[in-house]
Ligand binder design. Structure first.
Ligand SMILES: Nc1ncnc2c1ncn2[C@@H]1O[C@H](COP(=O)(O)OP(=O)(O)O)[C@@H](O)[C@H]1O
Ligand SMILES: [Mg+2]
Length: 761
């Protein structure tokens, strides 16, 4: 490999060795080859060029202060001769092969060569070893191949991953997740799978065991369910604590932990021993975003007895997972406690709405238009969708459930699929198309799955209510056959459980690749990781990366940055994202996020919502307060106002509740032509979705208010979070011809000051 023509060349050889820390060149070659083979066997997700492009080169520049020892030893180098030698070197097939064996594919090789060439030509002084070798070559005493070790040294500075592929691969070896939980592995846990459809009593039976155990943990999919179990347990005389991302409640007044705890699945402890654990809705292991939390709870919870509740389609996967831990699974099958009948005709029109109906929509826009439509027929509606605070959801559910309440119709998103107790007689699918996010994080419009259809339809007819038998149908006649087809099937078997990298793993990656951004590290991790494809998949990390990119420029220690990126945020809400960024900046300055700071930044206090726009904004503010609470459990010293924020949330919840209630009443009044004189204290002007009705009522003469941004497009944009109330205000200002003549009830003040009620002419 190395020519040995002169004393100087021998000297250069020893320098080469010194430069590499005495490790032989052949050993490098072998090591890379192993890596390369291992890597290509397990990965297969992205082609190598794509993979290589994940590695952002670290700039390598000459040090202008270097003394040119090489020139003193062998004389100065002629740069154009040097360029010829370098080009000859790069054109050699053998060099390309050698580079490949050392981890440099064509993509990396080219980048490394361009940088190396620039380095050599621009440097006042080359490193002495390289200078001597080039000098040898120019004198005919060396071979162009001799440049390789110096080139490789340069390439490795540019691409640090070349030297630590073995380590990176070891860190991201996710083939045996069961081994991550040594506590659970010291136990042989008894696994009982309660399998069956919605409303078959699975959770009920598991809870009976939980309540009668010496100690237990309930791991649920939603905060609402966790607090329901918390309440039930305490009511039944089994002291139980509540742990969610944003809340801790202790049953004992001195704050000591109770023997029972009800938590959201992400918060499951894998270090505390329990007699009984319940993992509810276990089929959620397949969820592309949150699936990892169920997988972790299943593999990691330290309980003598684990009760899994969920779809039968998850049984086989659970058996396979438990065969890796050597634990047996007992399956108990359940049937629905009440009958569920698919009707022979579609609802067809909102005229046909009946008491006990729940119309299920998959977009907020449909929620608005359906509730408006039903109100127009003279029926009161309750409205439930995911973005509402828990108190509002419960209040709406209560109003609908109460047989003595005049409200008999519910309009809801699939948020009702889990978690709320609802006395529904008939579920009506307004549509069967739902936007979803796939494993790659892309949005798709798909027909709902069998599992979703069954889960939602299953909410009709609840054991022990006035509607013991459930019915289900579609709104559109053309959807009915599809629905029948979906409901005639068993839920799709779930084949894989989600995983995601831990903070420790990413920290180790960062140690090896200190110049990479967190988002970049995640990409490299996901590409390099080895997953047992027969049982697991990597959850999508798009939300994490989105947040990582957003705060990349904010200086934060890696661990804190990682925690920030784990925050549960709906990234479609610009206001929440903006506040997230402000939280990060304030944290980075090591300044406490006091109540005063928070109020200033969110614009607290608020008046009750008078428009859909206000309502959507208040919902986002509620999310921001949730975010604050989430952080308050992770960075207590800098988020000190948790208990006051909780009070603010309660206030906001009731304000939103009031808004939802008033909104539906207002819609009804407008649609049925009742004059605003009868609707107490509500300013109809502000309800964007009533634009047409209002212009009719005003005889089209009302020019007081700029009409910009009150149509359905605005609602849609706001609901999707593409337009913020502030942006809308700006738009309104811009579109108003004469700012001077703007009335005192300027829309710019609409979230702060209650506006005067206007009279219709
Ligand atoms: N044996 C039972 N006795 C009284 N109520 C029951 C019984 N089984 C189930 N329920 C009630 O029926 C409803 C549905 O049961 P649940 O356990 O939530 O079903 P699943 O978890 O299968 O969806 C709940 O309100 C539950 O309290
Ligand atoms: Mg259940």
């Amino acid at each position: 490999m190395f020519s040995s023509g002169s004393k100087l060349t021998l000297r250069s050889l020893s320098l080469i060795h010194a430069a590499k820390g005495g490790v032989s060149f052949c050993k490098f070659r072998y090591k890379w080859h192993r890596n390369f083979v291992a890597c290509s066997q397990c990965r297969g997700k992205k082609d190598d060029a794509n993979f290589s492009s994940l590695f952002i080169p670290v700039p390598v520049t000459p040090n202008p202060d270097d003394i040119n020892v090489g020139a003193e030893l062998t004389g100065a180098l002629n740069k154009s001769d040097l360029l010829k030698v370098l080009n000859k070197f790069y054109q050699k097939k053998e060099i390309k092969l050698l580079a490949l064996e050392n981890g440099l594919d064509n993509y990396l090789l080219h980048q490394a060569y361009v940088s190396f060439r620039r380095y050599c030509l621009e440097a006042e002084a080359l490193p002495v070893d390289l200078h001597v070798v080039v000098s040898d070559i120019l004198q005919g005493a060396g071979h162009v191949d001799d440049i390789f070790p110096y080139f490789l040294r340069h390439a490795r500075q540019m691409f640090p991953h070349l030297e630590c592929m073995d380590d990176l691969k070891k860190i991201s070896d996710l083939r045996s997740p069961a081994n991550w939980y040594p506590g659970a592995r010291t136990l042989t846990r008894k696994i009982i799978f309660h399998a069956g459809p919605t409303n078959s009593g699975k959770t009920f039976h598991a809870l009976e065991r939980f309540l009668n155990s010496k100690s237990g943990v309930y791991c649920g999919p939603l905060k609402l369910l966790a607090s329901e179990v918390f309440n039930k347990s305490n009511e039944r005389g089994t002291p139980c604590d509540l742990v969610t991302g944003e809340e801790r409640k202790f049953s004992q007044s001195n704050g000591d932990p109770s023997s029972h705890v009800s938590c959201t699945v992400e918060m499951t402890s894998v270090n505390v021993p329990y007699e009984v654990a319940i993992i509810d809705e276990i089929q959620m292991m397949r969820d592309t975003g949150r699936g990892w939390a169920w997988t972790r709870a299943l593999l990691g919870v330290m309980a003598e007895e684990i009760h899994l509740c969920g779809e039968e389609g998850a049984v086989e996967l659970v058996r396979s997972l438990m065969s890796t831990t050597g634990e047996d699974v007992e399956v108990r099958k359940y049937k629905r406690l009440t009958d569920l009948e698919v009707e022979d005709s579609a609802m067809g029109s909102l005229e046909a709405v009946q008491p006990g109906d729940c119309i299920v929509c998959f977009s907020k826009h449909d929620i608005y238009s359906v509730s408006r439509g039903i109100e127009a027929k003279g029926h009161e509606v309750a409205v439930i969708y995911g973005g509402l605070p828990p108190g509002t959801k419960l209040a709406q559910a209560q109003k609908f459930n109460d047989p003595d309440n005049s409200c008999k119709v519910l309009v809801a998103t699939d948020a009702i699929g889990m978690g709320l107790n609802l006395s529904i007689r008939r579920v009506v699918f307004y549509s069967l198309i739902k936007p979803t996010v796939n494993e790659k994080g892309e949005k798709e419009m798909n027909t709902i799955s069998v599992s979703q259809a069954l889960q939602i339809a299953g909410r009709a007819g609840r054991y022990g209510t006035q509607y013991e038998k459930g019915f289900v149908t579609t709104f559109k006649p053309e959807d009915l056959n599809t629905l029948k087809n979906l409901l005639s099937q068993s839920p799709e078997p779930i084949v894989k459980a989600g995983l995601h990298p831990t903070a420790e793993q990413i920290e180790l990656y960062a140690y090896h690749l200190p110049n990479s951004t967190l988002s970049n590290l995640m990409d490299i991790f996901v590409t390099l990781c080895t997953v047992d494809d027969s049982l697991y998949f990597m959850c999508n990390i798009e939300d994490f990366k989105f947040l990582a990119d957003m705060i990349q420029h904010v200086p934060l220690p890696l661990r804190a940055r990682y925690v920030f990126c784990c925050a549960p945020i709906n990234r479609k809400l610009p206001f929440v994202c903006t506040m997230f960024l402000k939280f990060a900046r304030q944290y980075s300055r090591n300044e406490a996020l006091t109540l005063d700071w928070l109020c200033r930044n969110i614009g607290w206090p608020f008046a009750p919502p008078k428009t859909i726009i206000d309502l959507v904004h208040l919902e986002a503010v509620f999310d921001v307060l949730d975010l604050y609470l989430w952080f308050s459990y992770r960075f207590m010293d800098l988020f000190p106002a948790a208990s006051l924020v909780r009070d603010m949330q309660a206030e906001l919840d009731s304000m939103i509740q009031q808004g939802v209630f008033q909104l539906t009443r207002l819609l009804k009044n407008s649609e049925t032509g009742v004059s605003s004189g009868t609707s107490a204290a509500i300013d109809e002007e502000d309800f964007a979705i009533n634009r047409h009705k209002q212009s009719y009522l005003r005889g089209g003469k009302d020019t007081e208010m700029p009409q910009v941004g009150r149509g359905r497009l605005t609602e849609r944009l706001l609901a999707q979070g593409l337009l913020t109330p502030n942006m809308l205000q700006e738009l309104r200002r811009e579109w108003t011809q004469d700012d001077q003549s703007e009335p005192s009830d300027s829309p710019t003040s609409h979230t702060k000051k209650p506006r005067q009620k206007k009279k219709h002419k």
